[in-house]
Design a binder for this molecule. Sequence first.
Ligand SMILES: [Fe+2]
Length: 324
Amino acid sequence: MTTAQPSTAHADAAFDTSFKNLRVRRLAGRIGAEIHDLKLSGSLDEATFSELYAALLKHKVVFLRGQGHLDDAEHQAFGARFGKTVAHPTVPAREGTRIFELDASKGGGRADSWHTDVTFIDAFPKVSILRGVTIPAYGGDTVWASTVAAYEGLPEDLKRLAEGLWAVHSNDYDYAAQRTDIDPTRLAHHQKVFVSSVFEAEHPVVHVHPETGERALLLGHFIKRISGLTTAESARIFEILQNRVIRLENTVRWNWRQDDVAIWDNRATQHYAINDYGDQPRVVRRVTVEGEAAVSVDGRRSRTRTRPEAVNDEQIRQVIAQSA
Ligand SMILES: [Fe+2]
């Protein structure tokens, strides 16, 4: 007599066997996979890297445990395999690197609001690679949402409406709008550092992914308004569409351990760092890869409306020093 082993069968079904060199295990129905037994580095062989890239395009965000061998330099070298790595436009990078650090013990280190990274410029990043440096004992998970699944789930009439809309994204957005626990120090830090130079870009609300051809909603907290609508109208349309993005069915949640790496396709996702870890230390570091302007379904490209003449880390430090 044989004994059924449903747990093993279920575990096997979770693996995505379309990759030859990678062990890829799905984590949720519409987004997210963990890649097992892979050591990331700048010198990953081409066959493995191209499968990793394909897995990223397919699953939108991929996670790897146990990447403790990565230091800032190797993290950046790995990021460079995806394209040109870029520093944050307004937040100074870690000395001598292009790495963006989120440190919860410093003013601005909690990304607890739904967003796509850096959409206040026309050519916003294509990929972000986040490394867990110091992880709290409990809390501090991050959630990603598929903006492709959100678009695909819309009824046809709403798809048509969204496809015709454009929106203005700015780093000078309403920081307090989506947050329930506003710390005055964090708000001041946001004003002083993040908004030290104002950027504004206009993007289509639905864009066509340059590599997969999939259509995705391009929204998130940097949106200031929908072009051509009043603030009140913008807020209502935004809410209807944004609520589709963050439906739990479109999300995956990652419980961080130290030395984990998360890699996401910034053109097909939004994310939210859950702020439920109190005063525990939490430090994560991000390498960001340059992207290109988004393209609407009728072939028009995003445009930058406002951009400071020149921005570099030294100028930002001067602005901070003057206002400190
Ligand atoms: Fe982010």
